[in-house]
Ligand binder design. Structure first.
Ligand code: ZN
Length: 461
């Protein structure tokens, strides 16, 4: 067996690659020990690495280590997408939520200096920070941000936190953005540990109003049931205010209000295997189901598991085939413009406008100009330069756009297939995450299609 000393003798230097430290100690663990400190780095892949085993390919020579650092450690994802490789979620977002909540503490404010920030454990204290009166929590949050960043004086839930991260990565240099996000992450964990919100079903008294409304579920039509459930949820939310559970759900760290709803109020409307809506189940998980209810409720769950088992493999093969198909698509190392006259003519919508940054369009006089978000509005038709029409044997930089500067890799085909593969896997499978509970949403589907707004945002719920 190769020992650590052998590797060191061969000239292997274990350099921590940014936040990922790889330690090699076969004498103790007989394997590489991978410590991922920046747990949020992998959110784009929705990866959970707890107790997973994987092969690690450690670059041995100095040149290969440099290459890895240069090409693989991307802080940003594509410019044209408004997602960032970082995302705040789970514990971190509860922590930030608790930190930036409004409190009604009555202590007289004292001046809080940057060097004392770490000593504060109570976010509710009134303080004066940077010449403004605020809570200690908000002061702590703002101390993470760069000096010239505008004071954030609002409740920071998952959505707000991630839009701030995006702002940082977009508008500041890599180091400043990294420092700020690291601090935000640390304080998120710290304050979720301190507040430690939790759920104990025994402690939650369901208000009588809800119990009365629940009786009406019997024999209700699907639409009536949906309305009743909405009403009950509103009452429950009001009832749970200022509890740990409310913080957990409202901060965006959990899967939303659907879960406490099923646990505490009623399982609600479910669909059978053919997608037909069944009569609403009015028991909740905390009360327990009757045999009939249990059978009906688990129908969806079984369906979900079976579909997942069947479809993951297909989606995986699709991704692999895409990668084979696109493996030859490369960006040209130097060619700026292939001067093709063919363009993609597309009608813009608000979602698309945000995502075309870094691409090139042909204006009315036939000139190639960079796409500028502010020049266009909903409904405009543009002539977009696209790799589809590139006339060079390797894609030119105008057809591909500015993304190339971020990827630092010419293998754009592989990148594209990975992006599509990851998303398609999620889209096939996410339908089943609800465990069979049907979600009744009142929406104008035709209008949604016309608007083409695929629930845009940083992340799917
Ligand atoms: Zn081209």
């Amino acid at each position: 067996m190769v020992t650590k000393q052998d590797l060191i003798n061969k000239g292997l230097k274990l350099i921590p690659i940014s936040d990922i430290d790889i330690e090699f100690d076969p004498n103790e663990t007989e394997a590489y020990d991978l410590t991922v400190e920046n747990d949020y780095t992998f959110s784009t892949f929705d990866g959970v690495f707890v107790q997973d085993t994987m092969a690690i390919y450690h670059p041995i020579t100095n040149e290969s280590q440099e290459e890895i650092k240069d090409k693989m450690m991307n802080v940003k994802t594509a410019t044209s997408s408004y997602s960032v490789n970082y995302a705040i979620s789970k514990e971190m977002s509860v922590g930030l939520y608790v930190l930036t909540k409004d409190y009604s503490n009555t202590n007289s404010p004292f001046e809080l200096l940057d060097e004392n920030i770490d000593r504060i454990n109570d976010p509710s204290l009134n303080v004066i920070y940077k010449k403004r009166q605020t809570t200690a929590g908000k002061a702590i949050f703002n101390s993470c941000l760069p000096k010239d960043y505008e004071f954030v004086d609002k409740l920071v839930d998952k959505k707000v936190a991630n839009s701030i991260l995006y702002d940082l990565v977009e508008n500041y240099d890599e180091k400043t953005a990294m420092d700020a996000t690291s601090k935000i992450k640390d304080y998120g964990f710290k304050f979720s540990t301190i507040s430690s919100p939790t759920i104990t079903m025994d402690n939650i008294q369901i208000p009588n109003e809800i119990m009365e409304l629940k009786q009406k579920l019997e024999g209700a039509t699907t639409e009536e049931a949906a309305n009743l459930l909405d009403q009950m949820l509103e009452i429950l939310k009001e009832h749970l205010k200022n509890t740990g559970l409310y913080d957990l759900v409202d901060s965006g760290s959990s899967k939303g209000w659907n879960q406490p709803m099923q646990m505490l109020i009623a399982k609600g409307v479910i669909a059978d295997t053919e997608g037909n809506l069944l009569e609403p189940i009015k028991s909740s998980f905390s009360e327990g189901f009757s045999p009939t209810e249990y059978f009906q409720a688990s129908k969806g769950a079984r369906h979900g598991i079976i579909s997942r088992v069947h479809n993951t493999a297909d989606s995986g093969y699709l991704s692999r085939k895409l990668a084979y198909l696109l493996a030859h698509a490369e960006a040209h190392p130097t060619l700026k413009d292939c001067r093709t006259k063919n363009t993609l003519s597309i009608r813009l919508n608000n979602d698309l406008i945000k995502r075309l940054k870094g691409r090139y369009v042909i204006d009315k006089k036939g000139r190639v100009i960079p796409f500028k978000q502010e020049d266009y509005s909903d409904g405009d038709i543009i002539n977009l330069r696209s790799p589809i029409f590139c006339e060079s044997y390797k894609i030119c930089h105008t057809c591909y756009g500015e993304l190339l500067k971020r990827f630092k890799s010419p293998f754009v085909g592989i990148v594209a297939s990975q992006v599509i593969g990851e998303r398609s896997t999620q889209m096939i499978l996410q339908v089943f995450h609800l465990g069979g509970a049907a979600k009744i949403s009142k929406r104008d589907i035709l209008n949604d299609i016309i608007e083409n707004d695929p629930k845009s945002g940083l992340k799917k719920e």
